[in-house]
Design a protein around this ligand. Structure first.
Ligand code: ATP
Length: 301
């Protein structure tokens, strides 16, 4: 059976709903508070685990209750969390204020995620050696993402990069990523090109191929996704569902894709990923919205 390693972030999302966010120096009462496990790395690992594929998470949390809760949540979803270490800093958090008008204000403190370093990756090289696919995002230090991807390629593994949050990518990272999965705005930032129309997205995607990417999937929200390489340029429509919360749409898409990926069947894997993410957007939350394999099999579209 396929084995996947996710190298990335583990965060607790602290969500407050209120009429409006307080201004500087002001104190207001909010309506509702809840905390939800998040972090792109952890979300993607949970998606892969919930879909029944063997997955190990590499990353760091703090020595605090958030860290313990996050590890438990991953374990409950079938993620091997044995190698997650406790750093000196607090567990990564995202403070999210949601106003009545739907506007979000988000403050992220990377905390222990920023302590994932080369020495940590080196301690778990055997875990990388034993897997088939390594998945990374950009919520831990970018030089460590580059290092982990380089090691994975050295060991002959398939590598997948979700370049989020958006930032420019150097040649080394691009060279060591077999498949890159940005959304439209990440593609725009990486290439410095507009991505408003289908034509523009294709052009920006082609620029990324020229930069050395061999296989690219651009996710386009409710419009679906575009698969692009030197032989293929294929749009995959999203399902028409009643979306109530698109948090982790991208993370569940990646989970589905990784679960289904075999040699050279990216198109089929995208179809599966499209289903997984369609279910996720009809439910609230990040990790809680990600479906199990049974739920995907019963999905009628
Ligand atoms: P996030 O950062 O919230 O995880 P993202 O920007 O990385 O999301 P999107 O491009 O929004 O990712 O969505 C990923 C995939 O999820 C899309 O390619 C699509 O298949 C599916 N999806 C997203 N929004 C919808 C929607 N409203 N209806 C149906 N499917 C959707």
């Amino acid at each position: 059976m396929k084995k996947v390693v996710v190298v990335g972030s583990i965060n607790m999302d602290l969500v407050t709903r209120c009429k409006r966010a307080p201004k500087g120096g002001e104190t207001l009462f909010g309506e509702e508070f809840f905390q939800v496990p998040g972090g792109k790395g952890a979300n993607q690992a949970v998606a892969i685990g919930k879909l029944g594929t063997e997955v190990t998470m590499l990353g760091k949390v703090g020595k605090d209750s958030f860290g313990k809760d996050l590890i438990n949540s991953m374990k409950e979803s079938g993620v091997d969390a044995r190698y997650i270490e406790e750093g000196e800093k607090s567990t990564g958090i995202a403070k999210i204020i949601v106003e009545e008008n739907g506007q979000n204000r988000i403050l992220v403190v990377a905390g222990a995620n920023s302590e994932v370093d080369k020495a940590y990756i080196d301690r778990y090289l055997d875990v990388i050696k034993e897997c088939d696919i390594v998945v990374a995002q950009l919520e831990i230090p970018v030089e460590i993402v580059a290092y982990a991807l380089a090691k994975a390629k050295e060991f002959g593994k398939m590598t997948i990069l979700n370049p989020a949050p958006a930032r420019e990518l150097d040649d080394e990272i691009i060279k060591n990523s077999d498949l890159i999965i940005p959304n439209e705005s990440e593609l725009a930032l990486i290439t410095g090109m507009p991505t408003e129309t289908e034509e523009e997205i294709k052009k920006a995607g082609e620029k990324l191929l020229d930069m050395g990417v061999s296989n690219l999937i651009v996710t386009l929200g409710s419009k679906g996704s575009l698969h692009l390489n030197r032989e293929v340029c294929e749009f995959h429509s999203a399902y028409k569902v009643k979306a109530i919360d698109t948090t982790a749409a991208g993370d569940s898409f990646i989970g589905g894709l990784v679960r289904e990926l075999k040699d050279n069947n990216v198109g089929e894997a995208i179809e599966f990923a499209t289903k997984v993410s369609a279910i996720a957007v009809t439910r609230k939350g990040a990790q809680t919205s990600i479906p199990t394999i049974e739920e995907v099999e019963n999905f009628e579209g």
